[in-house]
Design a binder for this molecule. Structure first.
Ligand SMILES: C[S@@+](CC[C@H](N)C(=O)[O-])C[C@H]1O[C@@H](n2cnc3c(N)ncnc32)[C@H](O)[C@@H]1O
Length: 606
């Protein structure tokens, strides 16, 4: 790899793996040629012809340098190149007389076409050209106006309209997807980032799966997909759906053989009849990147789900017997030790001491000491705040590979209640919180003691990343969503329900109190009006921070004719549209703030 000081490094490598090369699917992609490209490639064999009188002449080297100008000066003329009519072999090594002069294939070669019928056919439709002592074949620019895409992908700039810092240009992902898959097939990208792969797959009718360790990435990708609008492409067989493929544009690929062997070409045909016969008989190249659009229809992203991995804990804690045998506490402890979780907790304690916990607006809870707490199972750290009047803090860490489970909350609190002196703060720190656990932490009322949630940065799972990390944001305080569910008792929406998001409550590290943070930092919120307790199915989605170009407004611009502008405006607010209560009699509101931190509030209809 060259540094900036030495030779500039202008290329990247894309690796393409296949389990079995012979079974690998491949759609050849093509690049449109232009006349200059044609001229550059044909080189000194380039001619220009006036179709009206059939006269032609060679293009000079100077003219070849600026083909655009040449064609402007000779607007009705056509460019053609000449190709050799000879191939290796000796079988058809015979004289062919053209315009009274005999031509003989050079030593060791023979005529490429059938002899003499093929050559006669080329002669009859004026596709032969004498150049020097050779008889050659005339190939027009229109005969093959594309060229196969090879493995040098140049002229691809950086991603435009970036939503993610390290976003891959769509063109690269598009080529990979089009080259190696058919509509309806499944594509996985395990490093989602800004969701370019998912976006490109939506556009090109592929199904997709993507994942990322970063909450910011998932938030950005979700928003990008939800606000996207695409062309509608005509299906090859509409009754079979998208997996039947699209209708694609095609281009002819005229070759010497396709003309010489074309039985429809007869002497005495008119020029346009000849052209039609040539095009009909020539191979057609499918342009997989040019499906036929239906301009009367538009498309948005199909439905997709967002899953939090790892999945909830399978084995309830109370089912683990206290003593003896497999599945006992000892066995569970050993499993924990084996998984390295204890070692991780040591790292997390060190990190907590080093970086503290980041709160709102640059606030930070800092610690003068963070130590293990002997004799407790669900409290993993005993700490003291670094302020004038230090206070005792205990921390309960969630698991390394799972969300903090609801059962951990009472177990940790039970232990905290036995501590002397009593802690002032009980902090639950985890990579993810089970929604019910989060609710219990938010709603527990223990006078004099504040319970907080701190979200842990996924980088803490990767030591190598951690050492290089510049930021100190390993732990963030998670606000409590302040959400109201109300029953409408009058007006045209009488008996419907409505939700209002008032923002995040957060812990003010200076005053030690929970205060309301307002709605200013809510990037997105989603409402499930019939929450089943497991998966959140957003029936209304709001982007309060979106400007005129972002969120739904972006989609509205694409789909102008079909979207209600007033509704778009409402979806920028913090009050839901009135809705019928679902059969679960429970709603869920997920709020994502501008840092990408999510929190879920589940409310029962009273
Ligand atoms: C270069 S970005 C991908 C950019 C993406 N192709 C786009 O166009 O936006 C790499 C992504 O991989 C994610 N990542 C890093 N390690 C990961 C892991 N072990 N599992 C899943 N995602 C990971 C990062 O969080 C980051 O979002």
């Amino acid at each position: 790899m060259f540094s900036k000081k030495l030779l500039n490094n202008a290329s990247y490598y894309l690796l393409w793996y296949a389990k079995d090369k012979d079974k690998t699917k491949y759609n050849q992609l093509f690049i449109a040629k232009d006349e200059q490209w044609f001229a550059d490639n044909v080189g000194s064999h380039l001619w220009i012809e006036n179709p009206e009188n059939g006269e032609s002449r060679k293009v000079t080297p100077e003219e070849r340098g600026n083909i655009k100008e040449l064609l402007q000066n000779l607007p009705n003329c056509k460019l053609y190149g000449t190709w050799s009519l000879n191939a290796q072999g000796t079988e058809k090594q015979k004289d062919y007389t053209y315009k009274g002069i005999p031509y003989f294939p050079p030593k060791g070669t023979q005529w490429k076409t059938s002899y003499p019928e093929g050559l006669d056919r080329l002669r009859d439709i004026n596709r032969l050209q004498v150049e020097g002592n050779n008889l050659r074949f005339k190939i027009y620019f229109e005969d093959y106006p594309v060229m196969p895409q090879n493995n040098l992908w140049d002229k691809i700039g950086a991603a435009s309209n970036k939503v993610f810092v390290v976003q891959t240009p769509e063109e690269i992902v598009k080529r990979c997807v089009l080259m190696t898959s058919q509509p309806g097939e499944l594509v996985i990208d395990i490093t989602c980032g800004g969701g370019t792969s998912a976006y490109v797959c939506e556009e090109w009718g592929r199904r997709w799966i993507t994942c990322d360790t970063s909450r910011v990435s998932i938030t950005v990708a979700k928003q990008r997909l939800m606000a996207a609008g695409f062309d509608y492409y005509e299906l090859a067989h509409p009754e079979e759906g998208v997996s039947s493929g699209f209708k694609y544009m095609t281009v002819p690929h005229v070759t010497v053989r396709s003309i010489a062997n074309n039985p429809e070409i007869k002497a005495g045909m008119k020029r346009d009849q000849i052209e039609a016969a040539i095009r009909k008989y020539a191979d057609q190249e499918t342009l997989y990147d040019q499906p036929v659009p239906d301009r009367n229809r538009a498309r948005v992203s199909g439905p997709f789900t967002v899953e939090a991995v790892p999945a909830p804990v399978v084995r309830p804690l109370h089912e683990i017997p206290e003593h003896g045998g497999p599945g006992t506490v000892q066995a569970a402890d050993q499993a924990v030790a084996r998984s390295g979780e204890t070692a991780r907790q040591r790292d997390w304690r060190d990190e907590l001491l080093k970086t503290g916990i980041r709160g709102k607006g640059g606030q930070r809870i800092q610690f003068s000491r963070v130590e293990p707490l002997p004799g407790t199972r669900w409290l993993h750290a005993d700490a003291e705040t670094k302020v004038e009047k230090p206070e005792r803090v205990v921390v309960s860490f969630g698991p390394e590979h799972g969300p903090l489970d609801q059962r951990q909350v009472p177990l940790a609190l039970e232990e905290a209640q036995t501590l002397v002196p009593r802690p002032r703060l009980v902090i639950f720190a985890a990579f993810e919180f089970d929604p019910e656990a989060a609710k219990d932490i938010d709603e527990t009322n223990w006078p004099g003691v504040t319970l907080l949630k701190a979200k842990m940065n996924a980088d803490l799972l990767t030591d190598d990343l951690k050492k290089k990390r510049a930021s100190n944001d390993s732990f963030w305080l998670v606000g409590q969503p302040d959400v109201e569910l109300r029953h409408l008792t009058s007006g045209q929406d009488k008996d419907k329900w409505q939700v209002e998001v008032r923002g995040f409550d957060y812990f003010n590290t200076r005053t030690g109190e929970l205060v309301s943070g307002g709605t200013a930092n809510i990037a997105m919120w989603l409402l499930d009006t019939d929450y089943d307790g497991r998966s959140l199915y957003p029936r209304q989605v709001f982007f309060p921070l979106a400007d005129d170009k972002g969120g739904w407004a972006r989609l509205a611009r694409t789909l102008k004719a079909e979207i209600d502008e007033d509704a778009i405006e409402q979806y920028r607010g913090t009050v839901s549209l009135p809705f019928e209560m679902g059969s679960q009699k429970r709603v869920a509101v997920k709020i994502v703030d501008d840092r990408g931190i999510e929190s879920l509030k589940v409310i029962r209809a009273e």
